[in-house]
Design a protein around this ligand. Structure first.
Ligand code: MG
Length: 379
């Protein structure tokens, strides 16, 4: 089996999400936007896909794609190791781009074997609990503009079935200065509203000082939160080790540090966090995140997966309870998360009333692509 064609193309759609100056998403007026669809074709006609807003098409179509023609997609590890080394001198060969290629190869292999990817990885479970991951705070009436707005929305999420909720609170430019006391007001309002049995987590502004992060950890401990995620610049591993030592609250990270599984190994060695973090779209793809899964398990640590990527569902299906939750979101009172983007016939992470997401059971990753729409909207 050989790869014969690799192509990334843009597909237009109408988005109701806008990004602020710091890159955080909020509801906004409808406007033109694009997603990128990667297609990898094999000589027997099998096709693998990845969909992402972040892959860099030029490096796929002109550099990496041509170099992978003729490779056997089942040699995923060899291909992954080669791609990892190419990243050193190709600055536009980002992890998001490598991850898309890796995902498409797993999609092909699942289809060829007639199995969903999580069963190829070694299945542990076929459904996973989700937490509702609430969007970064805003100043939109009816949105997430006050601590009470978070509390009211959290009650709705619990009614929907969520047994766990994570808050992203206010950050610049929505507020002029990050404010840990305001974060705690939102967290306290949510705890008060949902009661003691719902697990809660906080993912606040990511560049607090040690003392600000320490304040958050101490207050969240009183509110019986499960973890505090990325409250400081992750370049400073020492700051995370300091915070983890000072606090009884579980500290979760690293999320955004590059270096893939090797960075995770360094953080474990330094006791820099209590819970690990990695995601299939920004930490080297499924092939690499599985390395991190086994790494954390070997040290008796939990690993919580970042983002709502389809590949994360499959990795969760292949790991034990060290990975407790699927991150479902981002969620907002004015956005209908259950409505699929027009590129898809259905969402891949439907959740039942008990807060459980069933992992797609069709061969491959389980993209439910709407080809009529896609073919009419290629750019
Ligand atoms: Mg995070």
């Amino acid at each position: 089996m050989k790869i014969t064609k690799i192509e990334a193309r843009k597909v237009r759609y109408t988005s109701v999400m806008v990004r602020d100056a710091e890159g955080h998403a909020h509801p906004g007026e409808p406007h033109d936007a694009t997603l990128r669809l990667l297609t990898v074709v094999c000589d027997d006609g099998t096709e693998g896909y990845a969909v992402s807003g972040k892959m860099v098409m030029d490096i796929i179509n002109n550099v990496v794609g041509p170099a992978l023609i003729g490779e056997d997609p089942f040699f995923r590890e060899r291909i992954w190791q080669r791609m990892r080394t190419w990243q050193r001198l190709h600055s536009s060969f980002t992890d998001h781009t490598l991850c898309a290629l890796d995902a498409a190869l797993w999609d092909i292999c699942g289809k060829k074997c007639g199995q969903p990817v999580y069963r190829l990885l070694g299945a542990y479970r076929d459904k996973v609990p989700a937490y509702g991951s609430i969007m970064v705070g805003d100043d939109i009436p009816g949105g997430l503009d006050t601590p009470q707005a978070y509390a009211d929305y959290a009650v709705k999420l619990v009614k929907r079935g969520y047994k766990a909720i994570k808050l992203h609170t206010w950050m610049p430019p929505i507020i002029p200065e990050p404010d840990p006391k305001l974060d705690i007001k939102a967290c306290a309002a949510v705890r008060e509203a949902v009661g003691p049995d719902i697990e809660l987590m906080l993912d606040p502004y990511h560049d607090y000082s040690r003392s600000q992060a320490y304040y958050l950890a101490k207050e969240l401990e009183k509110l019986n939160f499960l973890w505090l995620e990325e409250p400081m610049d992750e370049s400073s591993m020492s700051s995370y080790r300091w915070l983890s030592e000072q606090s009884n609250l579980l500290i979760c990270g690293p999320e955004t540090m590059d270096g893939k599984n090797r960075t995770r190994a360094e953080w474990i060695l330094a006791n820099a966090s209590d819970i690990g973090r990695a995601g299939v779209e920004d930490n080297g793809g499924i092939t690499n995140v599985i390395k991190s899964v086994h790494l954390y398990e070997s040290f008796g640590m939990s690993l919580e997966l970042h983002d709502n990527q389809l590949g994360n569902l499959h990795v969760l299906g292949a790991m034990g309870i060290e990975g407790k939750y699927f991150e479902r979101g981002l969620l907002h009172p004015l956005i209908d998360y259950e409505k699929p983007n027009p590129l898809f016939n259905s969402i891949y992470d439907p959740m039942d009333e008990e807060g459980m997401v069933t992992i797609p059971s069709v061969p491959g990753l389980g993209w439910d692509l709407n080809w009529d729409y896609i073919n009419d909207n290629f750019i």
